[in-house]
Design a protein around this ligand. Sequence first.
Ligand code: SF4
Length: 218
Amino acid sequence: MNDKINKVIELLNREYGEKKWKKRYDPLDQLIQTILSQNTTDKNSHAAFSNLKRKYPNWESLLKASEADIAETIRLGGLANIKARRIKEALFAIKEKNHNLDLSYLKEIPQKEALSFLTTLKGVGPKTAACVLLFSFGKPVLPVDTHIYRVSKRLGLIGDVDRLKAHEILQQMVPEEYIYSFHINMIEHGRRICKTRPKCPECVLNSICDSAPYFYPK
Ligand code: SF4
């Protein structure tokens, strides 16, 4: 399997370019941005996040806002009522545990401990927690989203397992130094080529993919 994952990484890097980590958001911003990104497009979640930041320039002020007001502010990101509740619950839980909203200390503590803290927050699963550690600190933790899950399954990297198990398997399988690039490139590949109806003839991975003969039998 090592050969296969290395080949996948190499071919994706050749096709889309190797991605190097650069910090996008502060960890709390990243957490909120990731909650907002659930079940919607990047464009809509970024717009919802910008609206939220404009209305609540510091997250302490959001703690005092009503869920209805928060939901109204993020409406265009979809599932507004659920996301408003999740964001508020997450902020309250952080404040209750740490007595402030600063998550920068997560960079200094062991990765396992940081993941464990984040996943105790209601509505924060392994994918969201991994996004915070990967994007805000460049830690080698692999978030497995719907694209990565689908493409990995079709390639035959993970077998017929659920998302949680897929996360465990891929985390062990992908060399730490390539986790960031693998994450970004697999999502791009899932969006462009290995979609619900995959374009196997155009796919750079078709020579090593277990599913290519199934979708495009010769
Ligand atoms: S060959 Fe087809 S199924 Fe396999 S990764 Fe490429 S697009 Fe997806």
